[in-house]
Structures are given as structure tokens and as C-alpha cells.
Design a protein around this ligand. Structure first.
Ligand code: URA
Length: 440
């Protein structure tokens, strides 16, 4: 009989785990044959000793098989006439890319069954953002989810307990044992969920910077390599793109505010340039890798057409109402989302060029306003956050509006405004606009 402590000791001492050891661990995650202390010890052993490529593949596949694995084999009855694709981001602040990207790719003939996460630490969660919209159901029956994907080309829902339950438990314990930032564990965690969705093509958005899980480029590149090799070995055509998270992406951070920015983007009212560049880069990779576009040039033509024709906006609006939301989100977003009680301007404290933004602190400031969780069961306030955020390199005069705070009280608004200013630095000399996409 194998004991959990033997497997833990093997990894602690730097030995290689075989497939049976890994299957025993993953089985123990679901059956609780590994108690919380043993899971924590195992996570720390992996964190310190790492996993080989083969161990990472075995852990990913075992965690994927711990729950339901989607089969789109009934594609004919659902009449899917194109590839099944998805994007996953490692998380950031103001990252609302999933909404526009899924709608654009669906408008170009792809099918995007996107299973999204909740906010984690200082980062926002796509599922939380969707719940800003009155009536929207992020946990439909899987049959309904599949039907909507088949009819519209996209649907975004939240992680269900049926999908990779082993990861759910392992992740919760990693979160409280300082073992999140391990490349093999992140690889297995993300891919066990994504591969369970039965994809043809996956594009990974690896965020790098002071608001991301990976704070330096070397780590981000290592994670990109790990995820792409494991996913490609598992049979899913996967590409990684490294994008900047040294400032809030787009001009808002906060659940309902990010939905409002999405509506403005899809209806053509506002394309914040950095956000647009990330959306286009990821969409281009998805279209080319799935052969929906022959090359970069034709991908761009298709993306522009999906936006300019209003088709992407229409698909997004239909997805919102198909999952219980209103029929008029694009026309009147605030009719079905709560507005914050208090809105105040954040003012520049001096003249100069905005030179750095402590993005993680701004994410935590949104959490402090009530827009994210500090414990699992917490109910969040979707209305709060920041908008009208000015990007790095902007020249400002003292007293200019550099952002707005949306809060539930004057006291919390003023605190968040102070935190926002403290998260910024200004310089007398002009500042170059930071990179948005980094070389792999
Ligand atoms: N997101 C995940 O789903 N898992 C990780 O380990 C890190 C980010």
C-alpha cells in the first residue's frame, strides 16, 4: 500500500514521481486521502524541487481526468461548423480581453466555450465581471452552455465543480501555503481545466509585470514554454503571447466598470490603444492557428470587419441575454448594472509625466473598495472601482483628473483615491510608452 507521506518524501528528496505516484496524489486530492497538511507539504515539495516535463504532463492529465472532460463529438448534432478555440490569461488588473476576444473570434467563424475564473488576490475575475449584469447566470446547465456556444459561437461561464475538481482543492491549498508561483503547478492547474474543455486551439496570454503572477520576463518566458510544450504534447495546438501588466489594462478596473468599457469597445465608442493591441494580437493568433485566417493580414481584415460591422457586438449582446441578462446591454448598460453611490475624481498631485504604476496595489485597492474578495464566501460590490485611468507616459498638470473612483461611501472613495495616487510615480522628463507585447 502506498502512503501519502512516501510520495511527499520522494518529491521532497528530489526524486522523480512516476505516473502511479502522480495518479495516487491526484486521486488523494479528490478522495481526501491526502489531508490538507499533506497536500500543502506535497505542494511545497513540488514548489522547491520542480517537476520534469513528463511529471508535469502526468499531473496535468490526471487533474484533467479528475472531473468531466467535454466531448464535442456530438458536434454534428450541435452543427458546429468551425474550430473550437479558447484563450486563457494568467490574470491581471483591468483585463477584460476575454469579452471582446470571444465575440470577435465567434464573429469570424470560431466556437469559443470559455470557462472563466473568479477574482484571485489582487486580480479581477471574468465570472465576477459578468455577474455585474442583473440576471446573468454564470452557472447554467452544461447542455445549455453547449447549445449557446453552438448557436452563437461563444459563451462565457464560470468554473464548475465538475471540471478538474482535483485542481480546485490543490489551488485552494496552494493559495494559503505560498506555493502558487510554481511553473509546473501553474501549468498543470491552468491546462487541466482548459484541456477538459475539448479545445482544438488554445492561446495563452501570459501577463508579465508588477500586476501579474509573473513579475519578470524570464519567469514569464519559462511559464510560456512550459504551458505550450505540455499543451501541444497533450494534442491541443497552443501558442503563448506575453503581454504587459505594468499598468491597468484599458481605462477601468472594477467589475461593472469593465463591462461598461467592453460595451464601449464593441460598439466602437472607445478603443483604448493598449487594450486594443492585446485583443488584436490574441485574436490574430487564434484565427491563424485555427486556420480561420490564412495569415496575419487576412486575420486583421477579419477582426476589423467583425468590429466595424457590429457582428461581434451583436454576438456578445445575444450571449448576455441567452444567459439570463437583459436585451439592451449595449444600448443601456447601466439599466442592468448598479452604479456606485459615490464617484470622485483622483487628481494629479504634481506636474510631470506618469512614469510608473504599482498595478498590484491598484488591484488591491479595488478589493478594498469591496470589488474583490478577501475570503471565499465574501459577496462583492460590483459597482466599485476606477475608471478614466490615464496610461503611463501621459503628461499631466497638478490638479488634472488622472482617474475616477467609484465607491460605496465618501470615506472609502477618499481612501481609494489616496491609495491610487500613492501607487503612481511622476517624472519631470518625458517617459517612453511601455511595451505591450513582449518577445517570447
Ligand atoms: N490560474 C490558475 O488557474 N491556476 C494557477 O495556478 C495560477 C493561475
Amino acid at each position: 500500500m502506498i502512503l501519502p507521506q512516501e510520495i511527499i518524501a520522494k518529491k521532497r528528496d528530489g526524486q522523480t514521481l512516476n505516473e502511479i505516484d502522480i495518479a495516487f496524489f491526484v486521486d488523494g486530492l479528490v478522495s481526501k486521502n491526502f489531508n490538507d497538511a499533506q497536500v500543502g507539504a506535497m505542494a511545497m515539495a513540488i514548489f522547491k524541487q520542480g517537476l520534469s516535463h513528463q511529471e508535469t504532463v502526468s499531473l496535468t492529465l490526471a487533474m484533467m481526468n479528475s472531473g468531466k472532460v467535454f466531448s464535442w463529438g456530438d458536434a454534428k448534432s450541435l452543427s458546429l461548423s468551425g474550430p473550437i478555440l479558447d484563450k486563457h490569461s494568467t490574470g491581471g488588473v483591468g483585463d477584460k480581453v476575454s469579452f471582446m476576444l470571444a465575440a470577435i473570434v465567434a464573429a469570424c467563424g470560431g466556437y469559443v466555450p470559455m470557462i472563466s475564473g473568479r477574482g484571485l488576490g489582487h486580480t479581477g475575475g471574468t465570472a465576477d465581471k459578468l455577474e455585474s449584469i442583473a440576471g446573468f447566470n454564470v452557472q447554467p446547465e452544461l447542455a445549455q452552455f453547449k447549445r449557446i456556444v453552438a448557436n452563437l459561437g461563444m459563451a462565457i461561464i464560470s468554473q464548475t465543480s465538475e471540471l478538474a475538481p482535483a485542481d480546485k482543492r490543490l489551488y485552494a491549498i496552494r493559495d494559503i501555503t505560498a506555493t502558487v508561483a510554481s511553473i509546473p503547478l501553474i501549468t498543470a492547474s491552468i491546462l487541466s481545466k482548459k484541456l477538459a474543455a475539448g479545445l482544438d486551439v488554445l492561446v495563452m496570454d501570459i501577463k508579465v509585470g508588477n500586476g501579474a503572477l509573473m513579475t519578470d520576463l524570464k519567469q514569464a518566458r519559462a511559464l510560456a514554454r512550459s504551458i505550450t510544450t505540455v499543451a501541444n504534447d497533450a494534442g491541443v495546438n497552443t501558442q503563448a503571447i506575453i503581454t504587459d501588466m505594468n499598468q491597468v489594462l484599458g481605462n477601468s478596473a472594477g467589475n461593472a466598470l469593465e463591462i461598461e468599457e467592453t460595451v464601449k469597445y464593441l460598439t466602437g465608442e472607445l478603443h483604448e490603444p493598449r487594450l486594443h493591441q492585446v485583443v488584436v494580437s490574441l485574436a490574430k493568433a487564434m484565427l491563424i492557428n485555427s486556420k480561420l485566417a490564412a495569415d496575419g493580414e487576412s486575420a486583421i481584415v477579419k477582426i476589423d470587419r467583425a468590429l466595424a460591422s457590429g457582428k461581434a457586438a451583436e454576438i456578445f449582446a445575444k450571449m448576455i441575454s441567452a444567459l439570463g441578462g437583459p436585451n439592451d446591454l449595449l444600448e443601456k448598460p447601466w439599466r442592468s448594472m448598479n452604479k456606485a453611490e459615490v464617484i470622485i475624481d483622483v487628481l494629479a498631485p504634481c506636474h510631470g509625466y506618469l512614469s510608473t504604476m504599482q498595478t498590484r496595489n491598484i488591484g488591491f485597492s479595488v478589493v478594498g473598495l469591496g470589488g474583490g474578495r478577501t475570503s471565499n464566501e465574501q459577496i462583492i460590490d460590483h459597482s466599485v472601482g476606477f475608471d478614466r485611468i490615464l496610461p503611463i507616459a501621459t503628461k499631466v498638470n497638478r490638479g488634472d483628473v488622472i482617474a475616477r473612483v467609484h465607491a460605496s461611501s465618501k470615506v472609502s472613495a477618499e481612501l481609494a483615491s489616496k491609495q491610487y495616487v500613492e501607487a503612481l510615480e511622476f517624472s519631470d522628463a518625458s517617459v517612453a510608452e511601455p511595451s505591450i507585447i513582449y518577445r517570447l
